[in-house]
Each structure stands twice: as C-alpha cells, then as structure tokens.
Ligand binder design. Structure first.
Ligand SMILES: *Cc1c(COP(=O)(O)O)cnc(C)c1O
Length: 382
C-alpha cells in the first residue's frame, strides 16, 4: 500500500540551511531576505511591485483597507472559494455580494456579475479556482465600464497565466498564499503583487503600523519615527522569506510535475463514467494545476464520505475544495439569510466533489495507483 497525502510541502536541505542561517544572523525581521523574496517573486510573475505579507488573508485585507472599501460598500465575490475571500471584505465592514459558479470551470460566473452591480459596488473579487484562470479579459471590461477595483485571489495560482500574462496582473492587486499545502510554502505567508507603485507603497505602510518609514535603516536615530495613519502588523519575517527564496528555485520543477501528474490523472479519470471533471485547459489559458476535483454523479453522490474513507484506507489522501459555498457557512447564512439552494452550482461542487492530489511529492506511477484505487472503491460502494 502507498501513502499519498493530499498535500505535502517539499522542504530540502537548502531550506533547512537557509532557515538556520537566519537564526544565526542578527535579523529575524526587518532584514534583507524579505526584500530579496519580493524581488524574486516580482521577477517570476513579471509584476512591477511585490509586497510580502503574513498570509494571503492579510494581503486581501490590506488591499480592501487601502482601497477604502468600508461600511456601506459592496464587493462582488464568488460563492465557491475559501472563506478568506469574503472575510477580507467583511473585516473592512463592507458587504460581500456572492455570485454563483460557472459550471465548466468552477470559477465565478462572469455572466452574472454585471446584474449584481449597484451604486454601492466598489470592487470585484475574482478567484482562480484550483489554479484555472478566470477570464480576466471579460472581468476587466466590466470593471473598467463601471469604474470598479479588481482584487485577484491568486492563493492557488502560482504559474497560472492568461495569454502569457501571470494571474494577479490584470486587476489592481493579486494576492498569493504560502500556506503549507499551496504551491510553495513559507509555513504561513503571502505576497501581494500590483502594477501600481502607489498601491505597493501604500500597502507597505499599512503592513507595518502605518509608520512613515518602513525600513529601520532609514531611521537616522534608533527608535524615532512618526505615524500619520492606521496600520496592521502583517509583515513577513526573515525565516519565512528564507524558506520562500529557496522554494522559488523549485517553482519550475513543481509546476512541471503538477502538470505531468494532472494530465496522467486526467487520462485515467476519463475512463470512469460515474464522475465528471471540470475544464482545466483552454488554448489561451494555463492552469497552475493545484489539484484534480472529480465530481460524483447520480447515486454515488450520497456515498462521497464512504468513497473518501475507502480511498484513505488505500493510502490515497483526498480533500474537498471547498466544503461549503461561503454564503452557506453559518456566519454568512445567519447574517444575510441565505438558503440551501441559493447557489446551486457552488453547492454542486461543494456537495459532490472529491479533490485528488497532483502535487510534486507524487509521480505518474502514483497517479495510476490513484485511478486504480478509485475504480476499486467505486465497485465496493456501488
Ligand atoms: C488558502 C486560500 C486562502 C487563504 O490563504 P492564507 O495564506 O492561509 O491566508 C485564500 N483564498 C483562497 C482561494 C485559498 O485557497
């Protein structure tokens, strides 16, 4: 039997040595590595500016805070995502307006965005669901027409491109996650990229208490600074940046393996008639292949947990992305009075899908094992 966890960060000797070097250095925070990591990430994505932060959620919160999204404002948000996508809006006192899912890809249904825009709408939030890019050309047309900000949640989108341009560079900001099971990790951490210098500078100040100078070495006399605005402490530390710098070197190899695994798994899964698969390719779009999500059909839908349990017993780790549409999470359901069938396609994914691993900790042979295991388990439960 194999042991194929859903996600497993790849931490080598290089990462361990880099972390140790930080621990032996005078700088645990406010050092040179965060800047180097920002520069590397900017270079990789082609972003003019990158700001390292403590998580993707922090990046999203900073973005709305900087954009003055607040009480009385609305932000268009996909119903099918991580709860952080909507929490960041709520934390600023604004209201998320949820949009159901496009059936083919699991992304926000762009056709429904325009009719949800009101005089209170300030921004549109787009998530590249499981790394498959949303059609940002269409989103930006709507945003420009209605003068709205666009925040791209790129938590699963390192390596996601549209027409050769990296995700996160279409809207006003793109927010990435370095949580352990994402494409690369800094333990906890995030990065915000933007095309706008003033956005990068403003968000850098909000990241660190609103202090007027964010670099210690710029302060002529130690301990002297002024504060003219509010701010958070959402900085990344040097240990995280050291990990991130080493992980960046592995990104091309990680993406290559993910794509190879994904394609092998797709070929196997296509032979199974009791499941449906979401689209993950398009001639102009490149996915980052975060995972494969298979959607159970018909009678199997009632047996999802049995199937996941059966796969677990064969050593195949699974997950669910995401377990409930955000508006049906208790906080949102109770606050705004949503009902079970308000977001039928988001629910279709949440209720019937099983996410399968394709990460770089696995190989093509493992993909065959996963397909065989699924066939075995479906026979058992069916
Ligand atoms: C994981 C995830 C987040 C949260 O990322 P953190 O770095 O843990 O804050 C936000 N959005 C999406 C789509 C995610 O998958």
């Amino acid at each position: 039997m194999r042991n194929l966890p859903f996600g497993k960060p790849i931490i080598g000797e290089e990462e361990k040595n880099a972390v140790k070097a930080v621990l032996d250095s005078p700088f645990l925070t406010h050092g040179p590595l965060v800047k180097q990591f920002e520069a590397k990430f900017a270079e990789y994505t082609g972003a003019p500016y990158a700001v390292a932060v403590s998580s993707c959620t922090a990046a999203l919160h900073l973005a709305y805070f900087y954009l003055r999204v607040g009480s009385g404002d609305e932000v268009i948000v996909p119903a099918q995502s991580h709860v952080a996508t909507a929490h960041a809006v709520e934390l600023c006192g604004a209201r998320p307006v949820f949009i159901d899912t496009e059936k083919n890809t699991g992304n926000i249904d762009i056709a429904q965005i325009e009719k949800s825009i009101t005089s209170r709408t300030k921004a549109i939030s787009v998530v590249h669901y499981l790394g498959m890019p949303a059609d940002m050309t269409r989103v930006m047309d709507i945003a420009i027409k209605h003068k709205l900000f666009v925040v791209e949640d790129c938590a699963l989108a390192i390596g996601t491109t549209l027409n050769g341009k990296h995700a996160g560079l279409f809207g006003d900001v793109g927010c990435f996650s370095f949580y352990p099971v994402k494409h690369i990790t800094t333990a906890e951490g995030g990065m915000l990229i933007t095309r706008h210098k003033e956005v990068a500078e403003g968000i850098s100040r909000y990241r660190a208490f609103g202090i007027d100078r964010n670099i210690v070495s710029e302060r002529k006399i130690p301990g002297i600074y002024d504060v003219q605005q509010l701010g958070f402490n959402y900085r990344m530390n040097e240990i995280g940046a050291a990990l991130g710098l080493e992980q960046m070197k592995r990104v091309p190899q990680f993406l290559f393996k993910r794509r190879e695994n994904y394609n092998a798994l797709t070929n196997g899964l296509k032979q199974i008639s009791e499941i449906e698969l979401l689209d993950s390719t398009h001639d102009r779009f490149q996915s980052s292949y975060y995972c494969h999500s298979m959607i159970l059909k018909g009678a199997l839908q009632k047996k999802r947990f049995e199937i996941m349990d059966g796969l677990g017993k064969l050593g195949v780790g699974t997950s669910i992305y995401y377990p409930r549409p955000i508006p049906l999470m208790t906080y949102y359901r109770e606050k705004y009075g949503f009902k079970d069938n308000d977001f039928p396609l988001a629910s279709w994914i949440s209720d019937n899908s099983i996410a399968l691993p394709v990460g770089p900790h696995l190989n093509i042979d493992d993909m065959e094992y996963i397909v065989d295991s699924i066939k075995t388990v479906l026979k058992e439960v069916g």
